[in-house]
Design a protein around this ligand. Structure first.
Ligand code: MRU
Length: 352
């Protein structure tokens, strides 16, 4: 957190190190981990010390720079060969969020395009990582602004449901889905945000609720299984979630449980928005069936606080994400405006 304000920055570049808020320890403990090597950055991404699609994009960009500083040669070809190895290490961390692959590709492109010495390539890589970070912050603020344009025009303040954590912690700052919530709050249009707890990693309960409390945004945490009931009770005016990867047809992968939320929203005639930057759109994929879904350790389900909660002998299935079909999404709120999922393909040229 920035001491001058409540602004939360999960990734900070300081004294030749990356300082990451350790998101595995929130909300009980607010601390930062100093990362000085690419291998440690890969570990931090894999173990979710840093998580959320845009935030792992930013973190992997710095990971590429740290990796570049570890390469000792002055020979350009040799340097680039080693940098490819750093890229491959970082790519193996988490498979679903395309921002990771997008940021690594952008860093590699920068290195190949810089015609100077190895030292100059390294300097350009640092600048590019910083640029990726500052662009993401601006992008999230634009997403928040465009979010305001789609909010239902009601005399009462709005009750918004969100899932997982798509806030400052999941981005360079401000957030995507929670960016829309923040903007609605600052604009005086939000009554309350409902945060799904988000089993099994509890990003909603642990992180979204924490972020809201830091800014005095009224927040009610519910278990995932309560969402449809809350909709039926007319407690929810709209749903807004983030995304880890969006296919060209508008199908969107996000935290497991998002799909069932979208079905429930449709059944109750509640708008369902996905808020995401263009760096989350993978135009190479024609539809959501091609999005790789990360499978995580059974212990995330089988244990609570390292205590087994299920009978020995039970088996587990733990996909970290699901895919919400485009036809359940009212619009995708991007830094270029709110776009109908079926029109996404017309915006292909905007993606960098
Ligand atoms: O497994 P996580 O915590 O990295 O998953 C995060 C999400 O699913 C977010 O909703 C998504 O990355 C968007 S973050 C702006």
């Amino acid at each position: 957190m920035n001491s001058a304000s409540n602004q939360i920055y999960p990734v900070v570049w300081q004294d030749n190190k990356v300082l990451l808020i350790d998101q595995t320890r929130l909300p009980g403990e607010y601390s930062r981990v100093a990362i000085a090597r690419s291998i440690d950055m890969a570990y931090a991404i894999k173990t979710m010390i840093v998580r959320g699609a845009p935030a792992i994009g930013v973190a992997s960009a710095y990971g590429m720079y740290l990796g570049a500083t570890e390469i000792e040669t002055n020979n350009r070809q040799e340097f680039l060969r080693h940098l490819e190895q750093v890229a491959s290490l970082l790519r193996q961390t988490r498979p679903t969020a395309v921002n990771l692959f997008w940021a690594i590709a952008r860093m590699l492109k920068t290195a190949y395009e810089e015609i100077g010495t190895v030292a100059e390539i390294k300097a350009t890589l640092l600048k590019t990582a910083q640029q990726i970070q500052s662009e993401d912050l601006k992008t999230c603020q634009a997403i928040g602004d465009y979010g305001l344009t789609v909010l239902p025009d009601t005399p009462q303040k709005l009750k918004i449901l969100t899932h997982c954590n798509a806030g400052s912690l999941a981005t360079a700052g401000y957030g995507t889905a929670l960016g829309v919530v923040r903007s609605a709050w600052h604009d005086g249009r939000l009554a309350r945000v409902y945060a799904d707890e988000t089993r099994p990693r509890l990003q909603g309960a642990r992180l979204t609720a924490w972020e809201c409390v830091q800014e005095n945004i009224p927040v009610t945490v519910i278990t995932d299984s309560m969402a449809a009931h809350c909709m039926q009770q007319k407690m929810i005016d709209l749903v807004v979630v983030g995304a880890d990867r969006i296919a060209a047809n508008g199908d969107a992968a996000n935290k497991i449980g998002t799909y069932s939320l979208a079905i429930a929203a449709q059944a109750h005639n509640i708008p369902f928005y996905v808020a995401a930057p263009f760096s989350t759109i993978d135009f190479k994929l024609t539809d959501g069936s091609q999005i790789p879904i990360e499978q995580r350790d059974a212990a995330e389900i089988a244990e609570i606080d390292h205590t087994a909660i299920c009978a020995e002998g039970a088996e587990f299935y733990n996909p970290a994400f699901d895919v919400t079909p485009a036809n359940l999404i009212t619009a995708i709120i991007t830094e270029q405006g709110a776009i109908k999922p079926e029109s996404l393909i017309d915006h292909r040229g905007i993606a960098v």
